[in-house]
Design a protein around this ligand. Structure first.
Ligand SMILES: [Zn+2]
Length: 107
């Protein structure tokens, strides 16, 4: 392991990130500020344990303002040159979906 962290810690970190994104999803509609807090926490876990945020988790929040992204509600996806680009309505910024690059040929 390049990171020097034990394997079990990395596994726990990933699990915690998944739990946090699920909690953020549950609160996003009623309390967006709390959802943001969960997402900031999740990002910090990734940095502390030097773990990449799983693509399924990463695609669900805005990388700039940490808003939980509800596609169709506060964000939208467009396919540009076979790559899914998400635009966040909260901060009006857009970024490429983490999992779309590898699956480019599927579109
Ligand atoms: Zn945003």
């Amino acid at each position: 392991m390049r990171s020097g962290k034990p394997e079990f810690q990395i596994k726990i970190a990933k699990e915690r990130m998944e739990i946090l994104i699920d909690e953020a999803a549950k609160r996003a509609a009623s309390d967006p500020a709390l959802a943001k807090r969960y997402i900031r926490l999740l990002k910090r876990i990734g940095m502390r344990y030097n773990v990449r945020i799983p693509p399924l988790v990463k695609n669900r929040f805005c990388k700039y303002c940490s808003s939980y992204l509800n596609i169709g509600k506060n964000s939208f996806v467009r396919v540009k040159k076979g790559v899914a680009v998400v635009t966040c309505n909260e901060c009006k910024k857009s970024f490429i979906m983490a999992s779309s690059v590898r699956r480019r040929k599927a579109y």
